[in-house]
Design a protein around this ligand. Sequence first.
Ligand SMILES: [Zn+2]
Ligand SMILES: [Zn+2]
Length: 372
Amino acid sequence: MEIKAAVVREKKAKFKIEGISLDTTLRANEVLVKVVATGLCHTDLTIRDGLIVPFPTPSVLGHEGAGIVEQVGTAVTKVKKGDHVVLGPSSCGECEQCISGHPSYCTNMMQLTFSGRRTDGSCPYHDHSGSDVSGLFFGQSSFANYSLTNERNVVKVRKDVPLEILGPLGCGFQTGAGSVLNLMKAGAGESIVIIGVGSVGLAGLMAAKAAGCTTIVAVDIHDSRLELAKQLGATHTINSKTHKISETIQKEIMPGGLHYALDTTGRNEIITEALNSLRPLGHCVLVIVSTEKLEINGMSLMGKTISFGLEGDSLPDVFIPRLIDLYKGGLFPFDKLIKFYDFEDINKAVEDSEKELPLKQYCECLSDHMDF
Ligand SMILES: [Zn+2]
Ligand SMILES: [Zn+2]
């Protein structure tokens, strides 16, 4: 079938809306989804620019899609035509991590996410000249009006929430919220600092509030973002341009330190500050790491845990519906972080997000959406 996709023709090029063909002779476990909206995440842009992992061009990116099931392969039992779904990351379902309920760390994740082809090597996307177009990015390539995906990528969701806001639950929002609820297991009466309150940090912040944390410190270098953090439940804010994070926490907010720290910057000096803000036995979760060597003063680790979590260590089929229930209950108002763009304006959405969060400084997921 002919679909409309935002194609990356070459490394660092702008997205180009094109008609391309998608082979809809589904394999047994595949699902065809009519995409209603998709989030734009910085991972899309880093891959477009040829950073981190190569993804062969021409290509269709996008990995925060939500839509309606259009067609299912013969072995698919999880969903049927007409179901509302959020598209989550790829995992194999067979390795030890998948079987034990931690598909974010799937052994086969790299191949399933970044090969641009099916596991049998075939390419279901072609342009008008007949050339292969890499698809199945994160198993979904949702920068298109249709997505060919796998049964394991789809999460069935309730129909009484607007589908167009749900896409980022599949990556950015589940990363932030999962870090707090699944990895830290933050609970009532506990304390946390969130460093960097972009959409991932704010999702973590809302999750901390929903979990009953009573001291929630938001840190950023932009006052406007700190203001939003306050509205969403931060009890304290620190502008780290003018105030040292750990000193402010240890002297003015909670002498002895906090229970948890969520770092969304991946920067050495900030991670050290996060660790110094914790009490012994505290847990610091990183959602991004940089290519520079992580250097930590051993003393700042005393009795503490530091971990790098992917996708909030979530089991998407369980966790995404749970986040939607929290949203319906007024406890996870993630819709406040979403801005809509027409699909044709995808390059404008990229421009705006880069203006707000220069790639070099931050490398986290964004909530900017393109509405199809
Ligand atoms: Zn696996
Ligand atoms: Zn992402």
